[in-house]
Ligand binder design. Sequence first.
Ligand code: HEM
Ligand code: HEM
Length: 126
Amino acid sequence: MINISNWLLRLAVLYLIAGIGLGLFMASSKDHSMMPVHAHLNLLGWVTLTLFGLFYRVVPAAAATLLARLHFWIYVPANFLQMLLLGLLYRGVAAVEPALGAVSMLVGVAIVLFAIVVWRHTPAAA
Ligand code: HEM
Ligand code: HEM
């Protein structure tokens, strides 16, 4: 069984490299047309994955649940495809829009699963 927290943190820094790489390209070329891709690589990739990873690090019991695994295995591939399709969309490939919508919904589903995990593992009385 993989260590969810470790993998989230390891993937997060790859998104940081991609997000900042694109940011540097945007800044140096003065072509900001990929800004939404840059913003979401950094925010849905780097920031969100890091926060997921740190939560599972601080609350390991949460990481051991089936719901956490579902969250991981839906979010990670869906977010990867989402970034790929978003990149294509902003390069002018409008046909990706329905698929982008579908994977974005999956990202939303995974985030709801994460919200349930957090609520279950943060009892008010603790
Ligand atoms: C070397 C690092 C970075 C560079 C060179 C860079 C560059 C840029 C550039 C050129 C823009 C477009 C600005 C515009 O057209 O108005 C932008 C927007 C943005 N960047 Fe970065 N960025 C960097 C790192 C980051 C990081 C680490 C994050 C988040 C954790 C981030 C989040 C954003 C967001 C959210 C926007 C959109 C802002 C808006 O809606 O006006 N950036 N960045
Ligand atoms: C399924 C998840 C998400 C979807 C479908 C989504 C969708 C969008 C859309 C359609 C825009 C407008 C883009 C434009 O035309 O300028 C936008 C902008 C933005 N979103 Fe998201 N978003 C998501 C998650 C997030 C999250 C989790 C964050 C922060 C942690 C975030 C931060 C931002 C910011 C800062 C902007 C303004 C920068 C920009 O225009 O690119 N988004 N988002």
